[in-house]
Design a protein around this ligand. Sequence first.
Ligand code: HAM
Length: 434
Amino acid sequence: MPYRAIYGWVFVMNSKPQLSSAPPRGMRDFYPEDMILRNRVFDAWKTAARQFGFQEYDACVVESLDVLIRKGGEEIVRQIYAFQDKSGRDLALRPEMTPTLARMIAARQNALSFPVKWFAIAQCFRYERMTRGRKREHYQWNLDIIGEPDVSAEAEVIGAAVHALGLLGLTPQDYQVRFSSRALLADLLEALHIPAERHAAVFLALDKLGKLDEPAIRDMLADAGLDAHVRDRLFEIMTLKTLPDTLAILDRKTPAYTAAERLLDLLANGPAAEAVAFDISVVRGLSYYTGIVFEAFDRAGQFRAIFGGGRYDNLLADTGGRPASGVGLGFGDVVVSEILADKRPSAADPSGPDLHIGFMDEAQCACAMRIAAAHRADGATVDLALHPEKAKAFFSRAQKNAALEALYIGPDDLAADTARVKNMRTREERILPL
Ligand code: HAM
């Protein structure tokens, strides 16, 4: 059949336009079978957040563009889906939740009692170059503590994320959490006589370690004003293996060093002990981080970060609030779902109804509805047939639906005032008075 493609629409000549059945590139549809894994992940996030004493919040997906924009060349800002509404307001689909959280906290800063511990599951949009584990839309568990200057806050958010991974059946054999400190890195840069105003550009370049090749990173460092000798020294620093190794360059324990040391101590005595390691090369690509930064990766090294976060001590003030420190993380659904699917590709569907009810003729419909209503009132999940059907078709549907029990009512049952409820797993039957 002749057709023409115009702006992505396919027109079959002399008929209606045919829309593509696929979602826009990088966006996802969730069919019922996809919701099983998604709900498993969301349930683990919510359970862990509540077990760690975090309260749930939410916000609009559309945010004012100026809340999200920061100067300084961060990738995330270039990836924003921005648009104008019909009145010319500059808006965007949020690429992350943290600026919105800061805006919400700033709006109620006088009324809230700190530290605030909040969590959200936020759908975020980024115009990304797509790879495995990277989409243009994802759900992100955000877990933040506002108003706690001590690294106990970092220990708690990392502990909660590790707990959520445990609830999903993942152990430290599957992943590792690596942390460093931007404040410590700033001390090291200072020891190399790199002035503070160049640190942000240096952080952005160093965040590309392992993502870009070395010459590309050297070029970025040259653009940040570092000469060849300093660039060499910096690459040496990025190979340091332990926290004490940094003392050779610092020559004393700075406050940032002491904070990192204390965090290592807190984590070593907690549930995340086996999962966590110091790694100087963790820098993070978001410019608002000021202190500890951390990321979790799968041990096989197949994916981008499972989660990432850190301390941001200036964001509240930059968003119009009073200065307050923040610590938090974002944990996306895409990477962890891929890891879980790889580990257990055919997870059994546990989500069938308790009871599937069907009937042979219209005459049994009212009785079927009454039984469904009684079971639902008792708290059972019931899938009620919407029209009469043959017994064979009904039982095959009940089987596909993974129903625990099936009840099929015919004229004889109505006459006898009882019917047989069949357990679809054991095939045993019980008699139910109608
Ligand atoms: P982020 O590192 O940009 O941090 O994102 C956090 C996590 O979200 C990533 O580790 C990854 O799991 C997931 N993620 C991000 N982008 C994508 C994508 N395109 N496709 C799939 N998954 C993705 C933040 O967004 C910070 N706001 C987190 C934070 C909260 N820091 C403090 N509080």
